[in-house]
Structures are given as C-alpha cells and as structure tokens.
Design a protein around this ligand. Sequence first.
Ligand code: AP5
Ligand code: MG
Length: 247
Amino acid sequence: MGLNLIMMGPPGAGKGTQAGRVARERGLLKISTGDILRQAIKDQTPVGQLALSVMSTGELVDDETMIAIVRERLLQHDLDHQGFLLDGFPRTVPQAQALDRIIEERDNGPLVVIDIRVPFQELVRRLSGRRICSSCGTNADPFGSEARSCGKCGGELAYRADDSRDVVVERLKVYERQTFPLVEYYQGRQTFRVVNGAQAPDQVAFDLDTVLDDAAAVGAEAHRSRSEAGETGAPATTMDGTQGKGA
Ligand code: AP5
Ligand code: MG
C-alpha cells in the first residue's frame, strides 16, 4: 500500500524545503507544480508561455491546465503502486475534487494532508530574501546569505521572478481567496494534520514526520477496512474513510 501526501500551506511556508526530504526518505513520487511550470517556462513550451504571463502577476494558472498536468503524471501505469507527494497542488476546490477522483482511480493507499502554518509577516520576510539556484531550482540555505553558488550543483543563485514584494503580496491574497478554502475541504478527514512552520527547519521536519507517521497509520487502517468491505471506488467516500465533500 502506498502513502499519498499533500503538502499544503501559503507561499513561503516551507513546502518545497520539506517536500524534497520527505519524498526521498519515503520513496514517494514528488510532484511540485510550481517547479513543473518553471521548467516549462525555461523550455518555452505552450504551457510555459501561459504560465509565464500568469505567474508574473501572482495569479493561478487555470484549473484545467493544472489538473491535466497532475493527472497525466499520477496515472502513468508504471507508477500505479508508488505513493506520491504533491507540493503546490491542489490549490483550488475544483483541483481537490479532481484529485479525489484520480486517487479513487489509482486506489493504492490513503491520502494524508499536512497544512504548514506560518504567520503572514514571516512569509513576506522569507520570500523577499529567498534565493534559488538558476540551474537546478534548489533553495539556497535561508541562513547562508553570503553564499554565491548552489550547495547542490554549484549553479548561480538568483532571486525567484515572482518573489518581488508586489507579486508576493498578490500571491498571499490569492492564497487567502482561492487556496485557504481547501482547509475546510480537508479538515474533517481523519488524516488532516497541521504543523507549525514558524520554527527552525529541523524542528518543522521533526514535527512533520511525527504527524505524518500518525496520520499514515490511521489512513492505512481505514483504507484496509474499506478494501475489506469492498468499498474501493465508492463515489461519496474519501480514501481515509470519512465522508468527502467533493467526491
Ligand atoms: P509555487 O512554486 O508552488 O510557489 P508558492 O506556493 O507560492 O510557494 P513557494 O514555493 O514560494 O513557497 P514554499 O512553501 O515552497 O516555501 P520554500 O520551501 O521555498 O507556485 C508558484 C506559482 O505557480 C503560483 O503563484 C501559481 O501562479 C503557479 N502554480 C503552481 N501550482 C499551481 C496550481 N496547482 N494551480 C494554479 N497555479 C499554480 O521556503 C521559502 C523560503 O523560506 C526559502 O528561502 C526557504 O529556504 C525558507 N525557509 C523554509 N523553511 C524555513 C524555516 N523553517 N525557517 C526559516 N526559513 C525557512
Ligand atoms: Mg515551493
């Protein structure tokens, strides 16, 4: 049985920082929609051209495009049994509803949702100082302000195009308006957990691992009971056994 994980939280919460480690340690397929779009911009694909104009304003790329991207990756046959980690998806209720349907199709294990919470002022501070590698996209160490090159690949460090103050403020507004409602969408489920992201990265990692182990065990048990009862693919029930709003 696989573990499926959504890493939620506002821009700057630390989703990307934690996602890489968690996916590596737990053998999950990591899908970061922001990274996919930034790569598409670099490659100058049609999706990249669309993403460039939208991301530079802080708005969201349309649901249809984003759902198609994630659906295509999650329904690859050779990945049927592998769990996944989503960083930056879903970001709207229609995206969450589409994901529930994809999870039903895959039917390979429970879904855990972790919401990383950080106060507004700290988000603005983090994003205005963030530098990323212009080659591999990795975040620079947030406490290594004098570093000039990427610790992973040696590439040049640069500010992210959508981290200018005006765009950051817009991204945070868009989060409040379009993504925060997902907390209500998921919080009734047994496998929804909150982590305090306003702590040192190691402490966030520790707390995250603790709640993830707990939620995964609860979710696995519910998934097993549901499979034994022959309820796989049931339209009105979520993978953690609770009633789903969008399924
Ligand atoms: P995306 O790339 O997903 O950006 P985001 O959600 O705005 O989040 P960030 O990547 O800025 O923050 P993060 O939470 O990953 O934090 P990080 O770990 O980097 O999306 C970009 C755009 O793409 C969107 O605006 C939208 O246009 C489009 N898009 C993407 N997905 C979409 C979707 N599904 N639908 C529609 N449009 C979509 O950390 C931030 C900084 O803080 C770093 O410098 C880091 O080193 C530092 N830091 C991390 N943790 C800590 C800590 N504990 N203490 C101190 N510093 C820390
Ligand atoms: Mg990120």
